[in-house]
Every structure is written in C-alpha cells, then in structure tokens.
Ligand binder design. Structure first.
Ligand code: ATP
Ligand code: MG
Length: 394
C-alpha cells in the first residue's frame, strides 16, 4: 500500500549553504543505499523535504533496512499517495488508510494537514476539523487528543495528497561526505570497525589501512578485514582499503628492541605509516578502536607513547567505552560475527608475555634508535607494498 517514504532529518546546525550540501549529500547516500534494493526508486528534494518514491514494486522491509543505514536520517515515514478526487473521496481514503494501518481502533488521534497547494478549496485548519469528523464518524472507538495523540495523521495536499502517520527511527548522525575524510586503522578485531562506524556517523568519509604480516598472518585474516570493511561500507559508502605488508618491520623490531616494548613500538610504526598514507590521500585525521585500559598498549601512558609520533589528530571514538558496550554496537551494526572469527592478526603473534603498561616515552625513543640502520628503508618498502582495494557491499 505504501508508495513512498518521507525522509526526516535533524536540521539543527545546517543552515544556509550548509543545508543545501547536507541535503545533497543525504540524497546521494540514499540513492547509494537503495541501489542494493529490489525495485526502482526516485529520490526527490522539494521544499526542504526529501521523498523516496517507489517507481516499481518493492520489498518494504528490505527498503526500510537499507534506509536505516543512511546517516543523517532521523526518521522514515511510509507514505500513501492518493489522487485529489474531491474532499469526500479524501475522507474515504483516510479511513481506508486507518483501517489498514491500525487494526486496533482503540486509539486517540489528531489530524495535521498541510496545504502545500494553495488553490485547494479548504485551508489546513478546515481539513483538520473535517477529516477529524469523518474519522470519528467511521470509527466510534477513536477519540481526538490534540496534545498527545497515539496517531498523528499527516495529510499533505500537493499535486497528489500524501497520507502518513508512522515514523520508523533512522540512525541519526550526518550524511557521509559532509565532514571530510579520515583514515581508519582497521584490524580484524571487534573495536576498529565500530570506531569507523562511529566516525562515519558524524558525516566523515572513511578510508582504511590494514597491516598484514604474511606468513605470520593468514590469507583468511586478510579476507576477514576485507569482509569487515564491506560491512562498514554499508553505512559509510565504498571504503578505500590499503593493505600494507608489515612483516619486515615487525621482524626488525623483534630483533632489535626489548620484547616488552614490542607492541608499543610496533603501534608507533603503524601510526607513522598510516599518517603517511593519510596525508597522501587528503585524510584529515586517523581513527583507531582504542579504549583506555583495555589492554597494556591502551593505558594512558601507552596511548601517550603511541600518539606522540602523529601530527594529524587521532580520533578514538571508543575511548570511554567498556568492552561490553563496544560489543553491543558491533552486534547492532553486524560486524560482531565476523570480528570473532579466530584468525590471528599480526599483533597476536609478536606479543610479549609481560608488555609494559607504563612505557616511558624517552626510553621508547632511545630503543627505537636501535632501528636506525634500516628502518627508514623498511618503511619506504612497506609503503610500496600498498595494495589498494575499493571495498563495497554490492
Ligand atoms: P581491535 O578489536 O580493533 O583489533 P584491539 O582491542 O585488538 O582492537 P589492539 O590490537 O591494541 O586492540 O589495537 C588497537 C587499535 O590499533 C585497533 O583498534 C586498530 O585501530 C589498530 N590496529 C591494531 N592492529 C592493526 C592492524 N593489524 N592493522 C591496522 N590497524 C590495527
Ligand atoms: Mg586487534
């Protein structure tokens, strides 16, 4: 019965020129999301509103699921269109609508009309009153409540007349592409895909980098990261995923540095390389899945040591989350099942039994001097291994 969706979005903070960019980006992201749905759709922007019209048959559930992944949407209202064939016919159409959508008629309601076409013979106040009366006549168990109605019955008079009353919640946030771009350090774990999702939700486009350590990490571990990027792309749009061979750097650190500092030094090189790629690809920041105290390399001291090598801002959206809270988000967005597949990432191979939890930055720097002979060359070589995949969920 529904032929269209009215897309609601939070307008706060998007005024003037920004509003236009916001709407344009939102319409673009909606089109991208709907490409994967059965049926043909048209996305229309008129008078500060966005409508999705179905041009063919479509699967309602599937379409709603895909729209619920578009950041910037606060609500999705399924709409019924009727032709304007006189006011009496409109009243019958509204009553048919109620019959279909609300099997239980023990409800309060309020009519909220909008006359966008000014030559319609009744003004909105009159439509409210007269449609209300017709509903009361048809369904004696229904009552008007103008303050807190169960059903807010919207009637918009345009070329056609639109009827809607239900709002399905959207994901909120800002349309991807309105907030610049950042580089996500994406591992195969639970945290980093969630971190990418959260920054994308604020409108930021996501590129990603994965540090691979063959043969210590398997082809399956790499595929797992690609699969995670694919799931993130359902929300964030196509993800440019850089895969860097990190093995030689890791082995060299293992050979030259104290083992309890391995993870920290390794993470410092990951950050340095990620930053190099970020700068070449116009990313404005780095994103990681770190949260304070989760593991030895994520204490305040360790984060300070890792952060020290970066000049770009490092965004850590999970910084104050407990693991359980992160797991909840990963289940919601659909990355959890993939994240828990047991393929080791490069970090688990080279972990020390007793990693430092309070690294001293000047000591770390001194130990990094042990790498002076070859490390610059190894970093350049690692950058040359960059394998770029454009990952999307088509
Ligand atoms: P995750 O679940 O995201 O893997 P984690 O709890 O395992 O996180 P660490 O392994 O200490 O934590 O990694 C911290 C962060 O460093 C990750 O969230 C991710 O952003 C980044 N990172 C770790 N390993 C890699 C890797 N192999 N490639 C790219 N980024 C990585
Ligand atoms: Mg990890």
């Amino acid at each position: 019965m529904f032929k269209a969706f009215l897309i609601k979005y939070a307008e706060i903070g998007v005024k003037g020129k920004n509003r236009y960019l916001f709407e344009e980006a939102l319409a673009g992201q909606i089109k991208y999301a709907l490409k994967k749905c059965e049926g043909e759709f048209q996305v229309r922007r008129t008078q500060g509103r966005i409508y999705v019209d179905a041009l063919t048959e479509f699967d309602f559930e599937e379409t709603v699921t895909h729209l619920q992944r578009v950041f910037g949407i606060s609500g999705i209202c399924p709409v019924v269109y009727v032709e304007d064939e006189g006011f009496e016919k409109l009243c019958r159409d509204v009553n048919d609508y109620i019959a279909e959508v609300y099997p239980d008629k023990n409800k309060t309601f309020k009519v909220q009309a909008r006359r966008a076409r000014k030559n319609y013979p009744k003004d909105s106040m009159t439509i409210n009153a007269d449609v209300g009366e017709a509903v009361l006549a048809a369904y004696p168990s229904m009552h008007v409540d103008v303050h807190k109605p169960d059903i807010l019955l919207n009637i918009e008079v345009r070329e056609k007349i639109y009827i809607y009353s239900e709002t399905i919640p959207g994901p909120g946030g800002m349309p991807v592409g309105t907030g610049g771009k950042a580089m996500l350090l994406l591992s195969g774990g639970i945290d980093s895909p969630v971190a990418g999702y959260m920054i994308a939700k604020r409108g930021v486009k996501i590129d990603a980098v994965y540090f691979n350590a063959p043969p210590y990490t398997s082809e399956r571990a790499k595929q797992k990261v690609i699969d995670l990027a694919k799931i993130v792309s359902r929300y964030a749009g196509p993800v440019y995923l850089h895969i860097i061979n990190f093995t030689d750097i890791q082995l060299y650190i293992y050979e030259k540095c104290p083992h309890e500092e391995l993870t920290i030094i390794m993470r410092r090189y990951m950050m340095r390389i990620a930053e190099r790629i970020a700068q070449e690809t116009e990313c404005l920041g780095l994103i990681t899945g770190e949260s304070i105290g989760q593991v030895a390399s994520q204490t305040m001291h360790s984060l300070a040591a890792t952060n020290e090598v970066c000049t770009l801002p490092v965004y850590r959206p999970l910084i104050g989350f407990d693991k359980q809270e992160i797991v909840q988000v990963s289940e919601k967005i659909g990355t959890y099942e993939t994240s828990i597949l047991p393929y080791e990432d490069c970090c688990t191979i080279f972990v020390a039994k007793h990693p430092v939890t309070k690294p001293n930055v000047s000591i770390i720097r001194r130990h990094e001097e042990n790498l002076a002979e070859k490390i610059d060359e190894l970093v350049e070589n690692a950058l040359k291994t960059d394998e770029l995949l454009i990952v999307s969920d088509d």
